[in-house]
Design a protein around this ligand. Structure first.
Ligand code: ZN
Ligand code: ZN
Length: 277
């Protein structure tokens, strides 16, 4: 069992993060991390920085490939995040999976906006906020604004609503796992504390995903309290899943520290996930 690991770090390749891979490796080294994973949202661009990856190796830090997928699934009335590890960054099938999964929220955003236009006919469009966002949702909304100038994109609140809407036309989760299972990737549900589910539905959610090929649960995350961490650990044990931990580091100006979380709340947690050889 390992403790000096951080399986959930965002680099500047995430739309909401701004630290370079080089800086992340320096911090991980300072914080005595033995193994880390860069898990940018819906992309694996960090893994083309071979110089930074060699530096990590020279410092004795193993970098496990990773990414954090935004999952919209018709089976579940909420979005969730799925961490994928240990794939080959050059695997074409993996790139295909990233592409297909990314297209889903775009078509969803379009469908939602068309619906809003028809239903409410609001005539206001503000692009200022969206312009600074690089994620597929915002890009889709910007494109749609050009196409339909009277579409409502009123404010940040509305944007967030769009981001968290349960949506249709999504990729069925079994199809996503089928695509994932032909690559070598290991799937782990990120920060289950974000899910609004009762314990029984959480358990059936995990056992259903386990049947499809889920490998683990991110039991230890800065947003989880001790009780939640214990709960996810117990659920993992009950369903034969492994546990991982991650700081979900995004920026230097937040209280989240690589390998430590908030106030060291993930620092000494022992995980059971070990990447395949
Ligand atoms: Zn997440
Ligand atoms: Zn994250």
């Amino acid at each position: 069992m390992l403790t000096d690991v951080d399986y959930h770090i965002h680099s500047e390749h995430s739309f909401d993060a701004n630290v370079s891979l080089d800086q992340i490796i320096d911090i991980a080294h300072r914080n005595k991390q033995k193994r880390i994973s860069i898990t940018d949202h819906d992309n694996i661009d960090a893994y083309s920085n071979k110089a930074a990856l060699s530096k990590a190796a020279a410092l004795g830090i193993e970098v496990v490939t990773g990414t954090e997928l935004n999952i919209n699934t018709p089976e579940l009335l909420q979005q969730f995040h799925l961490l994928i590890y240990n794939f080959d960054p050059d695997c074409e099938k993996f790139h295909h999976l990233l592409k297909v999964n990314k297209q889903t929220p775009i078509s969803n955003a379009l469908a939602i906006l068309k619906h809003l236009e028809l239903t409410y006919g609001v005539e206001f469009c503000e692009l200022d906020y969206l312009k600074i966002m690089k994620d597929p949702y915002s890009q889709a909304l910007i494109n749609l604004c050009h196409e339909y100038p009277k579409i409502p994109i009123k404010q940040l609140g509305f944007y967030n609503t769009i981001h968290h809407l349960p949506v249709g036309n999504a990729l069925p989760i079994k199809d996503l796992f089928a695509m994932l299972n032909i690559t070598d990737g290991d799937a782990v549900v990120a920060h289950p504390g974000w899910l609004s589910m009762s314990i029984p539905s959480l358990k059936s959610f995990f056992s259903g995903l386990k049947d499809l090929g889920l490998v683990g649960i991110e039991a230890y995350h800065p947003d989880h309290n001790n009780e939640q961490m214990m709960l996810y650990e117990a659920i993992a044990k009950e369903y034969g899943l492994l546990t991982t931990k991650g700081s979900d580091f995004h920026t230097l100006d937040k209280e989240i520290i690589i390998g430590r979380g908030i106030n060291n709340n993930i620092r000494n947690r022992k995980i059971t996930y070990v990447k395949k050889a």
